[in-house]
Design a protein around this ligand. Structure first.
Ligand code: GDP
Ligand code: MN
Length: 403
């Protein structure tokens, strides 16, 4: 589950990480009070208006603007709040339709000059995630932070550093110093960086996060290290341990089909291919996707209807899969261990008739209890439903049908 910038910053701050402070606004009428509050808390005279959507690259799409006075603040807030913000990371990229901005964060300006009037800031890239190959957490960081880290990683990979964290020993003090050193810091900034690393790592572990990304991580002119942006993804399977964090879910940011599936207790993940999959059991779902790929096809989703694949669930699953316009065929692969195949087959036939306008072919492979009766039910239904016996046969047929 992804968090908004303002939520991720609050999480980090609760672990003692210094952040660029801000106030969230949902209504333009609240701008003046929000800024007054921010000014009182931080002493900032300028501020930054930042669109809160689950996508990076907001700066590039006009979703981050500096305001030097109340008129500018109102203008930027008015433009950004309610806009359809396009960034390289919103669906369809800069040519897509963008994402509706429902909230903005008004933050203090942390790019201020030092006492002598010199601007002496550094933008670092900093993130914590899991390295699956090494089977441990890794801190990835670079002196080349700001808005183009993807380009840095591609063109000058030697400027991206990594610090691997031993799973049993945890983050070591020498590693925090290593990072501060490689970022070219000295004195107060060096010390602040070691603390920044330790506290962000505590936050990552404490929240069961799968990603914490801070870009830019800013060295200010007065040698503080602050999170000027932040993105966090939390491990959904650990959310039960964090009811406070689970409550931060923003359903507006999630795929409507995934939200609907969750409401019905179905495990559903949307993918980019064109073969809709309906399967019982996560293991079977994985192998179904594998074999579709091996036959040259691309799965459009992962959908596990669970142990009780009754008619009602099959129908809901159908409706969810069919919402995806990319779906050109549906492969139903059910193993009848506890569930009876004939019941599932009847469910498929009923659902097909209830929904009415299904115009993609459906391939059904039912194996296990009462499989023969099930096959006969499908074959006799007269619908555009093909039955297959082996998984190979089903996958071949479906890839043939989608061309
Ligand atoms: P992103 O584009 O979605 O990654 O949004 P960021 O939060 O990283 O902001 C984009 C850019 O806005 C940063 O790279 C900075 O250049 C700029 N920015 C962010 N905070 C401040 C600030 O406090 N003052 C100024 N002057 N610029 C800022
Ligand atoms: Mn950023």
């Amino acid at each position: 589950m992804n968090l908004h910038e303002y939520q991720a910053k609050e999480l980090l701050a609760s672990y003692g990480v210094p952040i660029q402070r801000g106030v969230v606004v949902e209504n333009l009428n609240d701008i003046e009070t929000a800024f007054a509050k921010l000014k009182e808390e931080t002493g900032t005279s300028w501020c930054v208006v930042k669109a809160q959507i689950h996508a990076g690259g907001r700066g590039k799409g006009g979703g981050v603007k500096l305001a030097k006075n109340m008129d500018e603040l109102k203008m930027h807030a008015g433009n950004i709040l309610g806009m359809m913000l396009k960034t390289p990371q919103t669906p369809g990229g800069m040519d897509g339709e963008g994402k509706l901005v429902r909230k903005i964060l008004i933050t203090e300006d942390v790019y201020y000059p030092d006492a002598d009037g010199n601007m002496d800031v550094n933008e670092f890239y900093y993130s914590i995630l899991m390295d699956r190959e090494r089977k441990c957490n890794v801190i990835v960081y670079s002196t080349e932070g700001g808005m183009d880290i993807e380009k840095v990683a591609e063109e000058t990979p030697h400027l991206v550093h990594k610090e691997y964290i031993h799973p049993h020993l945890g983050l070591q003090a020498y590693q925090t110093r290593n990072i501060a050193h490689n970022l070219g810091l000295t004195g107060a900034a060096f010390k602040a960086m070691t603390k920044f690393v330790a506290t962000t790592y505590n936050a990552f572990i404490g929240a069961d996060a799968s990603l914490v990304e801070i870009n830019p991580c800013l060295k200010t002119s007065d040698n503080k290290i602050v999170a000027a942006d932040s993105k966090a993804s939390l491990d959904e399977n650990a959310l039960f341990r964090h009811p406070d964090l689970a409550a931060l879910r923003d359903v507006h940011e999630e795929d409507p089909a995934e939200v609907e599936a969750k409401e019905h207790g179905l495990s559903f993940i949307k993918l980019d291919g064109n073969v809709g999959c309906m399967v019982n059991g996560a293991g079977l779902a994985m192998s179904t996707m594998d074999i579709i790929k091996l036959c040259g096809g691309e799965p459009a989703n992962f959908l596990d209807v669970g142990g009780t694949a009754d008619a009602k669930r099959v129908e809901t699953a159908f409706r969810i899969i069919l919402k995806d316009e990319n779906v050109k065929a549906i492969l139903i692969n059910i193993f009848g261990g506890i569930v009876r195949c004939d019941r599932v087959a009847q469910g498929v036939v009923d659902a097909y008739q209830n929904i009415g306008d299904i115009n993609v072919p459906i391939i059904v492979r039912l194996q296990g209890t009462n499989a023969e009766i099930a096959k006969k039910l499908i074959d006799d239904s007269g619908l555009d439903v093909h039955s297959a016996v082996t998984l190979q046969e089903a996958a071949d047929k479906v890839t043939e049908l989608v061309g």
